[in-house]
Design a protein around this ligand. Structure first.
Ligand code: NAX
Length: 321
């Protein structure tokens, strides 16, 4: 029997985890003979609900699930994890200012950063919003953890952009490649129609409708989260869980030569002159930023605006860095 991979997950009693935990345990990430142990962190008041989630995990009799650790103390729960999927976060309450949201989440990621700091091998994916700035706070507080071990999730935005392009061109999503989404995981994100390929050709040429690409396409991707809340009454959960699964696979498996993926990474040393101390979404291949991509002036201005938003978010949490 192979040695188990230990996966830390936060927010275990929440919506996304109700899909994510079962997919991890079913073997959707690692090879089919790879056992895993789940280490699930929750807030004290949600531990009883988490116990119900655990009972259901047990009732699935997943052959690859060789252990479950639960608790509310990140130092104990994260002990020995190979991955930390940080899904749990403070949601924006009614009337809450964005600055308060940033501040309250920063405190969570200060503590979790400290709990993960001594673990130099762990790969950390921040999902809880505001994901990019939470990742920045975590990176400053996990002082011994290399920054390249920390990412924020942008894969759901990439998947959304791929589907919109495929639907417009009336092709399978399999034909759509190299779709970058630059910047922040917020309405300022920049889905890149300029480098995207459909059937190996420029998406701009295939779709041949620049007003649609610059208007409806970008807006649909940027506002998809809000559209799902309006339709379903709850935020995206199954698609977010799927994007987390894809993000781990992107990280550990080779990137196909004809494609790239996206994630928020620490921008230090980036080739696109983006401010260095922020977590910014770039197109990646095998863990490296894909260099030499060019975008038109319309997208360039949008990328600058998203960078500006991330700098303002960083300034709002400065005291936690
Ligand atoms: P839920 O509110 O259903 O669940 C969140 C869970 O996290 C709750 O059970 C809560 O008790 C727990 N929690 C809060 N603080 C915690 C802490 N300090 N330690 C451990 N657990 C904690 O939210 P859900 O729909 O599951 O979404 C979770 C987060 O993902 C939200 O911040 C959401 O905004 C964010 N998202 C990020 C996405 C991305 O692409 N980066 C997309 C999906 C999602 O919107």
């Amino acid at each position: 029997m192979k040695k188990a991979i230990h996966i830390g997950v936060t927010g275990g009693a929440g919506q996304i985890c109700y899909s994510l935990l079962y997919r991890l345990a079913a073997g959707d990430v690692f090879p089919s003979d790879q056992p895993i142990v789940l280490h699930i962190l929750e807030l004290p008041h949600a531990l009883s609900a988490l116990k119900g989630v655990v009972m259901e995990l047990e009732d699935c009799a997943f052959p690859l699930l060789s252990g479950i650790v639960i608790g509310d103390d990140p130092h104990r729960v994260f002990d020995g994890v190979d991955f930390a999927l940080l899904v749990g976060a403070k949601p924006r309450g009614k009337g809450m200012e964005r600055a308060d949201l940033l501040e309250q989440n920063a405190q969570i990621f200060v503590e979790q950063g400290k709990a993960l700091s001594h673990n130099k091998k762990v790969k950390v994916l921040v999902v809880g919003n505001p994901a990019n700035t939470n990742a920045l706070v975590l990176s400053h507080n996990a002082k011994d953890l290399p920054r390249e071990n920390i990412r924020s999730m942008m894969r759901l935005d990439q998947n959304r952009a791929i589907t919109q392009l495929a639907k417009k061109a009336e092709v399978s999503v399999k034909s759509v490649k190299k779709v970058a989404v630059w910047g922040n995981h917020s309405a300022s994100m920049v889905p890149d129609y300029d480098n995207a390929l459909i059937g190996g050709k420029s998406a701009k040429e295939v779709i041949h409708d620049l007003p649609w690409l610059q208007g409806e396409f970008m807006k649909t991707v940027q506002e998809r989260g809000a559209a799902i809340i309006a339709a379903r009454g709850f935020s995206s959960a199954a698609s977010a869980a799927h994007a987390i699964i894809s993000s781990i696979r992107d990280w550990i498996y080779e990137t196909p030569e004809d494609d790239f993926y996206v994630a928020g990474i620490h921008a230090k040393g980036n080739p696109y002159h983006i401010q260095e101390d922020i977590f910014f979404s770039f197109p990646l291949s095998g863990g490296e930023i894909v260099p030499h991509l060019k975008v038109d002036s319309f997208l360039e201005a949008k990328i600058k605006a998203s960078e500006k938003e991330l700098i303002a978010e960083r300034d709002a949490v400065r005291k936690w860095l």
